[in-house]
Design a protein around this ligand. Structure first.
Ligand code: FES
Length: 526
């Protein structure tokens, strides 16, 4: 199979350790599911407390959202503090901020303790507005900074060529190379006796006297505690997390700029949103420019998002060299604060961490700390802010409903949408929803002309998946499940692959000849 697949810069210059799949049933005091920054940080912190941990990763370590981040390590999570004060009061908002600052300090400590070379750089973070409405929001946010005693200032201008109506700085934040940091923590986990298994998918849980985690290849891991760090919890029986979060995709390009770059990390708050930070790749100074986010499964032509970012970069910084492009998926909770804590109220053995919005670098370390405190039976003033059972009816409830109405609309719309493409209309490397046998089907024609046909009904709750031309995946707009071109699950909450369709029962895929008449002949006998 050949096509240009977007790859993140971080994976390009990192040699990650590899691990065998779990091949026989085992028991361990603590099982952590998910080998991204949250699972690894939590495993590392528990191992440091002397706990024996086992980490299960369905694919390869650090190949999900963590590997695709822009890796800003900051408490400046866009416009958030004014809103948090409205929703949680000054005390709750201050705790959220303090938890993020503690996380930055803790990451710095890990780096210093182990002399990790990961380009850790302290820099100021800025949000900026480009409209009058945005300027008012910046002013409101600045007032929230004052109330919460956050070190920051208001400016009128940015050090690069963009018209602004207001800028708000948060001092002394950071950025780094996430995989250089995390690959070191992985080594530490192993050296402290932790077990790691890749290509080991957790598919079910039985909560009895012990917790039994079933894996896709039929093994069982028996544990005292289970921590789910896999975005949607794989064991979501009662929490209904899929209806309490929504998924968004966003895009990043890495360029060498022509213009001289001043320091700082930047984020615009008006649409279209843009995120900018510098980084180093092979001794080159590069800029990471992100944006173009949209609800999963709802973007137009996905590859156009990269083009739009490139045009912005060319206008604003000049492009000497374009190096990488990649995309990522993030989950947002109903009140924008992550869910970290017991998976259901009062469950003292099964925990989760998810819903970091786009701010996984600090929130994952917050999660590592809070989950470690839960398991070590230590009180934490932060638990009440992040606990998944904090759910309040205002104004979350409104968002909760509109979130779900959006899902309902997709369920109906997708089923009645008219489709006029047929398999013969597809070019090589193209995917689309087509008509097949008088029914709606998902089709992808690979570079060899092989056609992969799928039932587009999402195996989670039955919404219709849409083709993502940028990533060559099938994305579900309802709760963000993603499937590869051949239907395999890449991201949950769906657990089962999309159903394959075939022209002949004996074949799963087949060649569509370039001559459409020959195609019709080949299907005559059906
Ligand atoms: Fe829930 Fe597709 S992810 S229906």
């Amino acid at each position: 199979m050949h096509w240009t697949k977007p790859e993140p810069m971080w994976r390009e210059d990192t040699k990650l350790p590899t691990f065998e799949p779990l091949k026989q049933s085992t028991s361990t005091p603590i099982t952590i599911v998910g080998g991204g920054i949250t699972g690894i940080t939590t495993a590392y912190m528990l191992a440091k407390e002397g706990k024996k941990v086992t980490l299960l990763e369905a694919d390869e370590l650090l190949n999900g959202t963590t590997g695709h981040t822009t890796a800003k390590v900051t408490a400046q999570h866009g416009l958030i503090y004014h809103e948090l004060i409205q929703h949680f009061g000054e005390e709750g908002a201050a705790l959220y901020y303090q938890a993020q600052e503690d996380a930055i300090a803790l990451m710095e400590k890990h780096i210093n303790d182990h002399s990790i070379k990961c380009d850790w750089t302290r820099e100021d973070a800025y949000i900026f507005a480009t409209t009058e409405k945005g300027a008012k929001k910046i002013e409101r946010e600045q007032k929230a900074y004052e109330r919460l005693d956050i070190a920051g200032e208001h400016f009128e201008e940015l050090p690069f060529d963009t018209d602004t109506t207001g800028v708000l700085r948060m001092r002394n934040q950071a950025h780094f190379h996430p995989l250089h940091y995390l690959s070191h923590l992985v080594d530490e986990i192993v050296s402290m006796g932790g077990m790691i298994y890749e290509h080991t998918k957790a598919v079910g849980v039985n909560e009895g006297e012990n917790i039994e985690i079933e894996t896709g290849n039929g093994c069982t891991v028996t544990s005292d505690y289970l921590i789910s760090c896999s975005h949607f919890p794989f064991n979501d029986k009662k929490g209904m997390y899929f209806s309490r979060m929504y998924a968004e995709r966003s895009y990043v390009i890495a360029i060498e700029p022509e213009n001289k770059w001043e320091n700082g990390m930047y984020l615009s708050i008006d649409d279209p949103k843009r995120s900018i930070r510098s980084a180093t790749f092979e001794d080159k100074n590069v800029l990471l420019i992100g944006g173009e986010s949209h609800r999963t499964g709802e973007g137009a032509d996905m590859s156009s998002h990269y083009k739009t970012l490139e045009e912005y970069a060319a206008r604003t910084f000049g492009i000497k060299n374009k190096l990488f492009q990649w995309s990522t998926q993030d989950l947002t909770t109903l009140d924008k604060v992550p869910y970290i804590g017991p998976i259901t109220t009062n469950n003292e053995r099964v925990f989760l961490a998810t819903g970091f919005r786009k701010w996984g670098m600090t929130n994952s370390t917050v999660a590592g700390q809070l989950l470690t405190d839960y398991i070590m039976n230590r009180e934490s003033e932060y638990h009440s802010v992040f606990t998944p059972s904090r759910f309040k009816s205002d104004p979350s409830l409104k968002r909760f409903l509109s979130n779900n109405l959006n899902v309902a609309a997709h369920l109906v719309e997708g089923k009645v949408e008219l489709v006029d493409k047929e398999p013969k209309d597809l070019k090589k490397g193209e995917g689309a929803v087509i008509q097949f046998d008088g029914k709606r089907a998902g089709a992808f024609k690979d570079d060899e002309g092989e056609l992969h046909l799928l039932d587009t009904t999402c195996t989670h709750l039955g919404c219709e998946v849409e083709w993502n031309s940028g990533e060559h995946t099938w994305d579900c707009p309802c709760h963000g499940s993603r499937f590869s071109y051949d239907g395999a699950v890449m991201e949950g909450p769906a657990k089962r692959p999309l159903e394959k369709l075939s022209l002949e029962d004996t074949k799963e895929t087949y060649i569509i000849p370039d001559d459409p008449e020959a195609f019709e002949e080949s299907t005559d006998h059906h």
